[in-house]
Design a binder for this molecule. Structure first.
Ligand code: RTP
Ligand code: MG
Length: 139
């Protein structure tokens, strides 16, 4: 059965462009409840650990540099079928392929600077949430 939780980050460029407000509004209007949230900046080492699954890929080092380049918002979101529904809301990884009305179509500036992260499985949603939040930082 699909889980009720997913994890997201508003990436540095989207935060810098003041898109956090409109993105969080879209998240709420799509029926997601925010269970935890923080504004923080990753060190390169933390970003490298978060994206360790991509280590060795040609975009890995550039992604780590970008994701540690400025503040991000990290959040845990709750909804039935959370992982799949959130990936539908954010749209394709490459904003050029993202459907109209998706977060990435509206707020991404490039393939790398694609506005938001969304977990790709229930297992990774739990791992990624635990990476950012302790038990007392979520409800
Ligand atoms: P995310 O993990 O950020 O939610 O994105 P995703 O699942 O849609 O994409 P993934 O394959 O996990 O890639 C993670 C992030 O790496 C950057 N990327 N750059 N060819 C490239 O230059 C390239 N491919 C991926 C994007 O920022 C992507 O979101
Ligand atoms: Mg991914």
């Amino acid at each position: 059965m699909a889980g009720k939780l997913t994890f997201t980050m508003i990436k540095p460029t989207a935060f810098k462009n003041n898109y956090a407000g409109p993105i969080l509004k879209m998240i709420n209007e799509a029926g997601f409840v925010i269970k935890a949230m923080k504004l923080t900046q990753l060190t390169p080492s933390q970003a490298g650990a978060f994206y360790a699954v991509h280590k060795g890929k040609p975009f890995y080092e550039s992604l780590v540099e970008f994701m540690s380049s400025g503040p991000i918002i990290a959040a845990v979101l709750e909804k039935e079928n959370a992982v799949e529904d959130y990936r539908a809301l954010i749209g394709a990884t490459n904003p050029e392929n993202a459907e109209e009305g998706t977060i990435r179509k509206l707020y991404a500036t490039s393939l790398q600077q694609n506005a938001v992260h969304g977990s790709d499985s229930d297992e990774n949603a739990a791992i990624e949430s635990d990476f950012f939040f302790s038990k007392t930082e979520r409800y």
